[in-house]
Write a protein that binds this ligand. Structure first.
Ligand code: APR
Length: 308
């Protein structure tokens, strides 16, 4: 039987996530939004690309959570994106109310699903979804590290003129400017990037990665990135649905790992059919660890502002 994937929010990120999931035939896709007509229209449009792209996934658009019943994976992209001059944290009040109500509906209709949170501020919205759902910590995961690592991979590949596929990176921490790109764990086909470019240049690319979302917001002016966020979300869906057990940086609820307790923050995890099957503990230098902990502190401060 085909797997069922629900994408909540039929906006830029949600529609792109649905499209990539369908192209990869990860399962049948339900696209749900509060605005009437938009999820139905986008779903129908995507279905009409099936013969061209060669996929058989069904894509249904709806405003009714009954249609999402018994989903295997639910991706939450509902909420507002930021505009130039805004930080992700500025979205907290609007998006918290949306993510809370969406999570309640998801739990009611798909009590056994795995939730991937994409709405910003990511680490805080993922924390909220975990608390509201009452799910085990293995079943609520934030999408950020895959995207931040993909941005870093693109910048390294562009700099060196090599295939993006051969570039591996690891970006940990919160999904904000305090995220921690790890140069020591960044390679091209296993070759540390510091053997291929100066450490100074690698650091510049790491800083561009930290500000990568903002760079796109400033260019778009009316919203935030969605192609790479959609692909990143679909990659996590794939690892879960196909039980690939990929090791990907994701926001996971930590209980003492890396000296962080009681919040979700980006760390390497093994993603399989049960969700987060393992939190991988990698060796960090003192300065890498303190950067990760500082990033977690920044997330903790914003959790304190949650008012739902
Ligand atoms: N239930 C379902 N959908 C909702 C709800 C709700 N309660 N509230 C808003 N939405 C929908 C909107 O109608 C819109 O279609 O969420 C969609 C958001 O789409 P966009 O405005 O295009 O925003 P997008 O760029 O997709 O970003 C969505 O992901 O990356 C993050 O920061 C980004 O928080 C933002 C989210």
């Amino acid at each position: 039987m085909r797997k069922k994937i629900t994408v909540v929010g039929a906006g830029h990120v949600g529609a792109t996530t649905a499209q990539v999931c369908a192209y990869k035939e990860l399962g049948d896709v339900v696209l749900i939004d509060i605005v009437e007509g938009v999820p139905q229209g986008k779903a129908l449009d995507m279905m009409q690309s099936g013969s061209l792209e060669g996929f058989d996934s069904n894509i249904v658009g709806t405003n009714d959570y009954a249609d999402t019943a018994n989903s295997d994976v639910v991706v939450i992209t509902a909420g507002v994106p930021r505009k130039p001059g805004m930080s992700r944290d500025d979205l907290i009040n609007i998006n918290a109310k949306i993510v809370k109500s969406v999570t309640e509906q998801i739990v009611k209709h798909s009590p056994n699903c795995i939730i991937i949170v994409v709405s910003n501020p990511l680490d805080i919205m993922a924390y909220l979804a975990l608390k509201v759902s009452g799910f085990d910590k293995s079943r609520v995961i934030g999408m950020a590290g895959v995207l931040d690592s993909a941005r870093f991979r693109a910048f390294i590949a562009m700099e060196l003129g090599v295939s993006q596929e051969d570039v591996q990176t690891m970006v940990l921490g919160g999904h904000g400017d305090s995220m921690v790109p790890l140069l020591r764990y960044s390679t091209v086909s296993g070759i540390p990037i510091t053997q291929l470019m100066s450490e100074e240049r690698a650091n510049e690319l790491a800083v561009r990665t930290q500000k990568g979302g903002g760079e796109i917001v400033n260019l778009l002016k009316t919203g935030s990135a969605f192609y790479s966020p959609g692909s990143s979300s679909a990659q996590m869906v794939e690892s879960i649905i196909r039980d690939k057990k990929r090791i990907l940086p994701c926001a996971a609820y930590l209980e003492g790992e890396y000296g962080i307790d009681g919040l979700l923050v980006g760390v390497p995890v093994k993603l399989g059919v049960k969700g987060i099957e393992e939190i991988i503990k990698i060796d960090l230098t003192d300065s890498e660890l303190s950067a990760l902990q500082a990033s977690a502190e920044a997330v903790k401060k914003v959790i304190g502002q949650l008012d739902v």
